[in-house]
Design a protein around this ligand. Structure first.
Ligand code: HEM
Length: 499
């Protein structure tokens, strides 16, 4: 018996011709419409229901075969070993109506080309240059808080992450344009959730069908594109001026993307035409990539931090150890890049928060040919899902899974688990390109804020889950800021010099 599968029963298969499918729901999914687990607004309920089938579960939605994988080794097979047999699942591909052809939506050679072009902007050395900016912005926010002030941690972390994105992506403050991108994106997202559930939404959009939701989407998307195009044009002027003065290009992600060249070349999946090595992203690709990185990069980090403050607010022992580490490592001075590596406990706390509340809570792929995964043989076209939210709560790897315990991320404990028992950033060739950036940002933000403030969770709140594209809290997370002793604060002259 294979222990990892939890026994043969967990890996039982149902044969259909040559196929071997996991056990699962008996009827087509829409027949469960009135059951407790079938809530289109909360797909986690469906995943929790499917957990009873063990290692994997199968169900059908209309004519589609869908499989939920719960086993880390099976997930690794999909994301790493057999990644070439899978493309992104349909809703992610349908994101093209919003994001065009960027890193998240592209597949195959087109994806590899985008990845090659974007990689230098996310190189470890490159992103380390953002450490100072991150700390500066976090401290600026910390300076605005007052002792005893009631704060919505979700709104505060969202605003801070947006500031960090604006500075690192575009090298600007949160200007009217950034606010417009944010507002238009939120407006588009509201409609977008309806649209991606609509079969052939992309065709209806392209055909200018006069459905009110589609018209609103088209309008908002046009405005969004116009703002981003304007920012790119402004950056181009800035780059030209720098070049004329013989200066190096800026260090922001947009400048890097604009300057980047694809050294390898390849074939454009869209039109099958060969690309020359040395191609840059064209204007449209650049806009798509900027929007993609903008969207992927800030809400995820903001959610991770929000859940972390909530959990720390509920666990006085963790909070005490976290504060002690911050004080010991920083000793009253401003956090630096080197500290991000030294703040081991802070990193463990962030990791444990992302275990319980992974910002990217589920991922999906579609098989482009018949494929064997673990004991199963899945049909061509099969949709395969796996959920960080579910796997991170598997008691085989995380005993007492609901307990918040950062020590699960001590190096020895980590080493004892399969890699895909914990995968907040995905894995394989499509692993999050911003992972190193996200860790650095989260650790430095926590250190800079915890140095000056303790955030007390207001008692009696019911904070629920809102599993949209990211896993958000379903409303405000009210906390009260309590000033910490003088010794913990960064030196005042340093702060004043910056003010
Ligand atoms: C806590 C923060 C973050 C989490 C949990 C997260 C999670 C993920 C996950 C799970 C994927 C893989 C999706 C898939 O394969 O289907 C992904 C991809 C991606 N992420 Fe992140 N991410 C975070 C932060 C960031 C940041 C800060 C950026 C950029 C500034 C970023 C940019 C991207 C991009 C561009 C992709 C697509 C990569 C590709 O397909 O090649 N992410 N992210």
């Amino acid at each position: 018996m294979n222990e990892r599968t939890g026994g043969d029963a967990a890996a039982a298969v149902v044969r259909r011709g040559r196929l071997r499918l996991p056990r699962g729901l008996r009827w087509n999914l829409p027949f469960y419409f009135f059951s407790r687990f079938f809530k289109p607004g909360n797909p986690i309920l469906l995943f929790e229901h499917l957990r009873q089938f063990g290692r994997a579960a199968h169900y059908r939605l209309l004519w589609n075969d869908i499989v939920l994988l719960n086993d880390p080794e099976d997930i690794r097979e999909v994301l790493v070993d057999k990644a070439g047999v899978f493309v992104k699942e349909r809703t992610q591909r349908r994101m093209r109506i919003l994001l065009g052809e960027g890193l998240i939506t592209a597949d195959g050679e087109s994806h590899r080309r985008h990845r090659r072009i974007a990689a230098p902007a996310f190189h470890r050395q490159r992103i380390q240059a953002y450490a100072g900016t991150i700390v500066e912005l976090a401290e600026r926010r910390a300076e605005r808080w007052r002792d005893g002030q009631r704060l919505d941690a979700a709104a505060e972390m969202m605003a801070l992450a947006l500031e960090v994105t604006a500075r690192t992506l575009f090298d600007t403050e949160v200007t009217a344009e950034i606010k417009a991108v944010n507002d238009e994106t939120n407006a588009v997202m509201e409609i977008y959730n309806t649209l991606i559930a609509m079969p052939r939404a992309e065709w209806l959009l392209a055909a200018h069908v006069p459905v009110p939701a589609l018209m609103r989407f088209r309008r908002a998307k046009r405005r969004l594109d116009a703002v981003v195009d304007g920012m790119i044009a402004a950056k181009q002027r800035e780059m030209d001026e720098r070049q004329a003065r013989g200066e190096e290009i800026g260090g922001d992600v947009l400048s890097m993307l604009m300057a980047a060249r694809d050294e390898v070349g390849g074939t454009d999946v869209g039109n099958g035409m060969a690309r020359q090595a040395g191609n840059r992203l064209n204007e449209r690709e650049l806009r798509d990539e900027v929007l993609t990185i903008f969207l992927a990069g800030y809400e995820t980090v903001a959610n991770a931090l929000t859940w972390m403050w909530k959990l720390v607010g509920e666990h006085a022992d963790v909070e005490a150890r976290l504060m002690a580490e911050v004080d010991a490592v920083l000793g009253g001075r401003r956090a630096t890049l080197d500290d991000a590596q030294r703040l081991k406990y802070v990193e463990m706390v962030v990791a444990e928060a992302m275990r319980l509340y992974p910002p990217a809570w589920a991922m999906g792929r579609q098989a482009i040919e018949e494929v064997e995964i673990g004991p199963y043989r899945l049909p061509k076209g099969c949709f395969v899902f796996f959920s960080q939210y579910m796997v991170h709560r598997d008691e085989r790897y995380f005993p007492e899974p609901l307990r918040f315990d950062p020590e699960r991320f001590e190096p020895e404990a980590r080493a004892g688990r399969p890699k895909f028992a914990y995968f907040p950033f995905g894995g394989g060739g499509r692993q999050c390109i911003g992972e190193a950036f996200a860790w650095m940002e989260a650790v430095l933000v926590v250190a800079a804020l915890a140095q000056r403030w303790r955030l007390r969770l207001e008692p009696g709140q019911r904070i629920g889950l809102q599993p949209k594209i990211t896993l958000r809290p379903d409303g405000a997370v009210w906390m009260v800021a309590e000033a910490r002793g003088e010794a913990a604060k960064p030196e005042m002259d340093e702060m004043e010099a910056r003010a």
